[in-house]
Ligand binder design. Structure first.
Ligand code: GLA
Length: 387
């Protein structure tokens, strides 16, 4: 893809000797869903699919953007003196938001830049195409302007721009997984203090399969923000009776002992998911480290059930994919991944069952939902890079 983005850059902007090519991955979360804004644990990994880019600095205060993903693409021009205008500007609101977030941190761009991107993460699939673009932009800015920021800062800047420029109140998981990715490792991250450990994923005789619902409509942002508010209100109620900073501080037993402080049934059940899912994630990583993949898979299933029944973020498409997968003996585990309401499931499938998995799950999905799901066998990749 390096040659393609460099060629694309030249076609759009003309020859430029200082242009460089870059990559930032997408991510899949293995377990720990809707815990990252509750001070809980997550266990994502970066993928080898992601967003490619090419960029070079300019001599004036213009930024120009072009996406090779759109057939009728056109160059979109934004002035460094008029960032606000881009808040609702479609995909360019992400890279412009990152520039805006850098400036908020005191990293001012003296000159603009030209940038082209090409992404091979299926759009709206819940594999973090937006975090990938944010971290890619941050990585490019660091490289072009020499800003003194770490990869972890790139994650925080990406999240800050998404929260405050793009209006989605997401947690830190996606940007962190993208910025800190390591080949063949998942990241066991405690979102309460950003301490983390890499955990090698050695799946002997099994593969990670992502199944895409291809669901056309996502009601993501508003429903996502609602879930987050419910957890925050439940936390405030719990804090009247127990000294905690986040729902991730509670064990299941502590939650059961104090849950009556939450005055609303729906909020109580949402908070329950956050607490139980966090504990499940801790247990799952311990099981994986102990070589007990079967237990890991069982906890993936429990995670999906909790997201379906308690947190209410799955929907018939994701449920069909997960429930059909569970019926196949060679499936170690399967669950929705990411924010939910559409997007993808992640499954760990024994090598010999992969074909059967795609065929049976695919057929059942088509019959029930009326259109096809798409399956990808993925590999765990590294973080952002100059390529
Ligand atoms: C989205 C958000 C993440 C996280 C997940 C759910 O991907 O961007 O911060 O909250 O949903 O686990």
């Amino acid at each position: 893809m390096k040659d393609e983005v460099l060629r694309g850059f030249e076609e759009q902007y003309g020859k430029n000797d200082s242009v460089k090519a870059y990559f930032a991955p997408g991510r899949v979360n293995l377990i720990g869903e809707h815990t990252d804004y509750n001070g809980g644990h997550v266990f994502p990994c970066a993928l080898t699919i992601g967003t490619y880019g090419a960029a070079a600095k300019r001599d004036d205060r213009k930024m120009r953007f072009f996406s090779m993903n759109f057939d009728n693409g056109r160059i979109i021009e934004v002035s460094l003196d008029d960032l606000e205008k881009s808040r609702t500007a479609g995909w360019t609101a992400y890279p412009v938001g990152v520039v805006w977030a850098f400036e908020k941190r005191g990293f001012k761009l003296d000159k603009g830049f030209d940038m082209i991107i090409y992404g091979n993460i299926p759009n709206g699939s819940g594999l973090s195409s937006s975090a990938s673009l944010e971290v890619l932009t941050g990585f490019i800015l660091r490289d072009l302007y020499g800003f003194d920021v770490t990869n972890q800062d790139l994650a925080l800047i990406g999240q800050y721009s998404e929260n405050n420029f793009n209006g989605c109140n997401c947690g830190i998981m996606d940007q962190f997984a993208v910025a800190m990715g390591k080949e063949e490792n998942a990241i066991f991250l405690d979102t309460a203090d950003l301490s983390f450990d890499y955990a090698p994923i050695k799946l002997e005789g099994a593969k990670i399969i992502i199944s895409n619902t291809n669901k056309k409509h996502k009601l993501t942002d508003s429903a996502y923000n609602e879930r987050r508010s419910a957890c925050e209100e439940a936390l405030a109620e719990l804090q009247k009776v127990v000294d905690i900073k986040g729902l991730g501080d509670l064990t299941e037993e502590e939650f059961e002992a104090h849950k009556d402080a939450i005055k609303d049934d729906d909020r109580r059940i949402k908070a329950k998911h956050a607490v139980y899912e966090n504990q499940r994630t801790i247990e799952a990583v311990a099981a994986l480290k102990a070589g007990n993949l079967e237990r890991f898979g069982e906890l993936m299933k429990q995670s999906h059930i909790s997201l379906r029944d308690d947190y209410d973020v799955t929907g018939v498409e994701l449920d069909t994919l997960a429930e059909e997968a569970w019926k196949i003996p060679g499936v170690i585990g399967s669950r929705m991944t990411g924010g939910g309401f559409g997007g993808c499931t992640v499954s760990i499938v024994k090598d010999e069952a992969v074909e059967e998995f795609k065929e049976k799950v695919g057929k059942a999905y088509r019959e029930k939902i009326g259109y096809d799901a798409t399956f990808y066998t993925v590999s765990i990749g590294g973080g952002p890079a100059v390529i």
